[in-house]
Design a protein around this ligand. Sequence first.
Ligand code: HAM
Length: 415
Amino acid sequence: MAKGLQPVQGMSDLSGGELRLWQGMEATARRVFAAHGFSELRTPLLEDVSLFTRAVGETTSVVRKEMYDFEKGHLHLALRPEGTAGVIRHASTVGAQEAAGARWFYIGPMFRHERPQAGRRRQFHQAGVECLAPPSPRTDAEILSLQVDLLRAWGIEARARVNTRGAAGDHVAVAAGLKEALAPHRAALCADCQRRMDENVLRVLDCKNPACGEIVAGLPPVTTWMGDEAKAYFAETLRLLGVLGVEADVSPLLVRGLDYYEHTIWEITGATGAQDALAGGGRYRMDLGGEEWCGVGFAIGLERVAGLLAATGKADAVAVPPAKLAWLVGMGPAAEERLFRTMRAWRADGIPCRMGEGSLKKQMRQADKAGAAYAVLCGDAELAAGTLVVKDMASGEQRALPEAEARATLRSLLA
Ligand code: HAM
């Protein structure tokens, strides 16, 4: 058989049972987000490239290496590599007054040109939230607890690794301190990290190279170079996480790979191997051309959550059940025409139903293949009596019912 066209490398179709798991995950996320006062925001998948260079940071690997960007006409566009920048662009579009205090969630695809492997895709999906609120340990603790609660609603118990990036005013001192601490090791760092030391030293802390990782592990915590305000903010956030009963481990060298963060940041790791960051988030401050925006949020990688649920046998509990369907089977032209009419009326009544064509045997095979829960049969005898035969496809049990009763029965079973 000829091999059909494949999706682009690192991108996948979703269908059948796998899609039902995603639909279940999304339904749970919507319920949990609504319970926390968030409403949905859908922003375009394409934005002007300058949004991401400004918001996420020109020297981050997401922007430098992974963004899909292209020129079309006089525009330089990028497929969104993450969701936060677009949400803040929307806030700026609607204006500060309307956006103040907004709580938005999003569920949708993001694009990063990374080397595809298990759990790392070029089109992947995030469920995320952004809460546009000024710095407040209480809000940070609330949003981290929301993330933990959503994972729990999916059946995943996870601990967050948390740290602080310090107040905006600490960033220069932290960078200088890190540079000084790394200076004696400069020659042993990879070429990328040697460049990072001059461009954006924080990025050395995310380097995947094992030799760099060893040097980084010996560095003092980043709080060493922070002022009292940032330390007090972090201590209060940890205390409030304790008040909520949210378990978190302080990870003194966690900085996260995006430049917009300040104060609280976190990551949640699953237990499925190398690509196992299930989620990441934190508080941020973004300057989009003169306007400054503050917020706190997170994004969860849905491929990674789906993979973890499948690997731990929890997918069925989250997936939506397969849709139930009645299959109308007519024997003879007059019966078929009656059922053709019936099908339209039943559908208007919310009863999911379909009809095939051909011999009785063929129609029953079609019903079986479609996974129909019930077959509804009509031949000359049923036409004359004004009845229909309703057959339970699983048990084989069947009953002749007056048409109105058949309709009411199927409505209660399927609608
Ligand atoms: P991020 O850590 O870059 O943060 O991504 C969040 C999550 O998206 C990751 O933990 C991971 O589960 C998933 N993810 C990232 N890249 C891939 C990939 N190539 N394939 C599969 N999954 C992936 C952000 O995007 C921030 N915008 C989060 C945030 C929101 N911070 C504040 N508000």
